[in-house]
Design a binder for this molecule. Sequence first.
Ligand code: ZN
Length: 409
Amino acid sequence: MVTIDAERFRDSFETYSAIGATEQGGLHRLALTDADRKARDRFVADLREIGLDVRIDAIGNVFARRDGTNADAAPVLIGSHLDTQPRGGRFDGQLGVLAALETLRTLEEEDIETERPIEIVDWTNEEGSRFQHAMLGSAVFVGELGLETALAMTDADGTRLGDALERIGYDGEHPVRSHDHHAYLELHVEQGPKLAEHGASVGVVDGVFGIRWLEATIHGETDHAGPTPMHARHDAVATAADAVSEINALPNRLSTDAVTTVGRIRAEPDSINVVPDRAEFTIDVRSADDDVVQTAAERVAAELAAACERHRTTYELDTVWETSVTEFAPELREAVGDAAATLDVAHERVVSGAGHDAKYLSRIMPAGMVFVPSVGGTTHNEAEFTEWDDCVAGANVYANAALSLAGDV
Ligand SMILES: [Zn+2]
């Protein structure tokens, strides 16, 4: 077993938290901006300081390798992301990168040899905020997204991602994926309230929710807001309002974990004194069970049909994106659970409601995650907070799980 240096871990957390710091105690460090470059530069300098060779790939993912005793063995990959949401928190992503860095520092300091090499990574543009593809660096790494397509993406100002990478000096020369890895392990904040509510310091992550995105369009008829009596209307917004409240009530009737969100809504002709003839809204459906996601989507259609009948309107419903439930590898769940048990850290199994780089990585290698609690579930918010004792407990579980995967010699 190894024990991380909690004080050093805290120091590096404070150092990185100063890069892109906001007045309200959060972080504003959008991908490939000057703040992201400063955080990356600090990361590269820290890796070189412990004697590691750093390599940057063509999409700007930063890697470094600590050799194992068996040069032919596939490395264990550890890490997360340093970019943040606009006025985001200090823990999302950054804590995982720093737990991985602290793991390598601890192994170096204690002269611990592993059979397999261990590689650390900072993934590019995980948040998908500046360039709108979440988990972009890992998506290119696993082949979900083509390199050229990714480099050609533009931000809201029309800046190409490839140009942004070049500007900050992170248009690396290494191929995006040059060799196989044994496994990927990522520490992250839960971003939900369960662990904190249950008093657990660590979550052993079983997998990631299945997600389906739907788009509903309601068709009605325009009329005058004055002379047209209520019973004679075909009001698209009244239909939508009716349907949305039923859609938000669906999860309770389906399962304990299902969630539905209507996050965007638009009406036409968008005029104060016209009965609207068109309403469009999105529905995000998630659950740890793909069958529940399917049932929820069917129930959404049924609620729409019923609301249209009440308001004498019609609807269309399209699936615009979906991803099935991700199950993390049993051997990684076991490594994390064993480390938590050995260290006597209060832990429980959880399923992630949010996507993470580990979700993409699990397509090409065994992947797993360690969660630490998010107080109140607050995230993508400057007030995001994790008790420091839980950060340390999580980092210790993480370091020991990584060590067991790499093979303590
Ligand atoms: Zn994150």
